[in-house]
Design a protein around this ligand. Structure first.
Ligand code: PXL
Length: 284
């Protein structure tokens, strides 16, 4: 048989717009590792750079919106992208620039992780950015992946008297224009973590996962990137969401603590030799 030419193989290409996290726990570094681990080739547009260690974010600096646009346009004119993923966006101007770019590619699935704060509570988006996300990005989103705190902040109106349920939040976010919402339940007071996927027709699936003991940095970036990888590989939304959760659970179960703060997921857990395989307790 003739040797396969290198031109015959092409992994799915996934373009992530996200900010640099020097720890490699979250941000663009998390996306690159996750996408590569799941068999995709990552393309990346840097939206901001942060100064942080594993205990918290010290500072963030947004890249100029023209530079964000130029990074993306150069790539998109050259290579075919199978899925987009959005993480921390850095500024209102960047949100507007990205919204304009993705509007030229309406058929490419878009996974939007609305990063508003770090797991340790550092604010990474202000109110103006939240409004721009709702107005400009939600209508173009295939799947939005907020945690329950982000879902409430995105969905809550000033005139809401009490905290809306997560179902009401999902309905509000869907009516703002996104096709699906996956609300993750790590921050909720439940015995297991409950992650729920909604579409306009209602709840599509609910998955329960055993809680893990550590405090993790980058689980949301890992989950959203894994969903983008699965969509780029052609999975339907339900399968993409389930398999991305399973992958993310394993990265957390194999997480490690590189410094004095949070644990980070091991996106290449499967590549380590002689590891006892932890199996998640999962129910549908
Ligand atoms: O986990 C959300 C997140 C995303 N992107 C960057 C971050 C964080 C959290 O700290 O720093 C760059």
């Amino acid at each position: 048989m003739p040797a396969m030419s290198t031109d015959d193989f092409q992994p799915p290409l996934v373009l992530t717009f996200a900010a640099s996290d020097p720890t490699g726990g979250a941000g663009i570094q998390a996306d690159l590792m996750t996408l590569a681990s799941m068999g995709c080739h990552p393309l990346s547009v840097i939206t901001a750079i942060t100064v942080q260690d594993t205990t918290g974010v010290e500072a963030a600096f947004a890249v100029d919106a023209d530079w964000v646009s130029d990074q993306a346009r150069a790539l998109l004119e050259d290579v075919p992208v199978a899925a987009f993923k959005l993480g921390m966006l850095g500024s209102v101007e960047n949100i507007a620039a990205i919204a304009e770019i993705i509007s030229d590619y309406p058929d490419i699935p878009l996974v939007f992780d609305p990063v508003l704060a770090s797991g340790r509570g550092d604010q990474l988006a202000d109110e103006e950015m939240v409004e721009a996300m709702i107005e400009l990005l939600l209508p173009q989103t295939t799947i939005l992946t907020p945690n329950s705190l982000e879902a409430r902040r995105l969905a809550q109106d000033d005139d809401d008297e009490k905290q809306p349920s997560l179902l009401i939040c999902a309905q509000k976010l869907l009516s703002a224009g996104c096709e699906h919402v996956l609300i993750t339940g790590t921050h909720e007071n439940t015995a297991q973590v409950i992650n729920t996927l909604y579409a306009a027709a209602g709840q599509i699936r609910e998955d329960l996962w055993d809680r893990l003991p550590g405090s993790y940095h980058g689980s949301g970036c890992t989950l959203a990137s894994a969903i983008a990888a699965n969509l780029a590989c052609g999975l339907d939304i339900g399968e993409a969401v389930f398999e991305a959760q399973e992958y993310t659970w394993h990265t957390l179960a194999h997480g490690f603590r590189p410094g004095m703060g949070q644990h980070v997921p091991d996106r290449f857990f499967w590549a380590r030799a002689d590891d006892d395989e932890a199996e998640p307790e999962e129910k549908h």
